[in-house]
Write a protein that binds this ligand. Sequence first.
Ligand code: NAG
Ligand code: NAG
Ligand code: CU
Length: 185
Amino acid sequence: MVAFTPLAIAATTLLGLTSAVPAHQVRSTGITHRITAGSTTANNGLHFEPENVVAEPGDLIEFSFLPKNHSVVQSSFDEPCAPLSSSSGTTTGIFSGFNFNTTAGEAPNVFTFMVKDRNPIWYYCSQTVGNHCQMGMSGVVNQNFGSGDKTLDMYKQNAKGTVTKQPSSDPHAFQGGWIEKNMNL
Ligand SMILES: *[C@@H]1O[C@H](CO)[C@@H](O)[C@H](O)[C@H]1NC(C)=O
Ligand SMILES: *[C@@H]1O[C@H](CO)[C@@H](O)[C@H](O)[C@H]1NC(C)=O
Ligand SMILES: [Cu+2]
């Protein structure tokens, strides 16, 4: 007969906890990729820099914001300038909200999210004053380099004929990431 010592029970409890952790939970790599929403040089400021990033699961993507009131909204490749959503219309993707007002230099806060897997993350700026998405303000994390036609250039081409959609009726709402102080200021 097996005697359950306190240690064995503790170990069993630990195992139970471990198996309760969702399989998709990703361990942090400690690597942060910084992207600037906005530009002092490219495309009249309507540009993410860098706009094409390769990242590992567990890496952080941190957006800092220059003037012109930008946002970051995840979309699918097939529907540029529209938030990634379920068939019922609920926004399922990442978005930052319009929380980064600045008239000069970087906004005091940044928006950060963690990369969960190696699937492409397409995103755009949903500012309609100046039609930022149609003008080419979009980017991608982990573009599927094996599939020749799903490129950021093609996304931008397809974006030209669209109408920008917002991920939420609340301009300040955000999802899939967090807002924190810009430590680079
Ligand atoms: C930024 O743009 C959003 C959406 O157009 C608007 O709701 C918000 O008031 C703007 N913020 C500022 C600081 O201009
Ligand atoms: C945006 O920031 C500027 C300067 O920092 C400030 O004067 C202005 O009131 C702000 N606008 C909003 C809507 O918060
Ligand atoms: Cu923008």
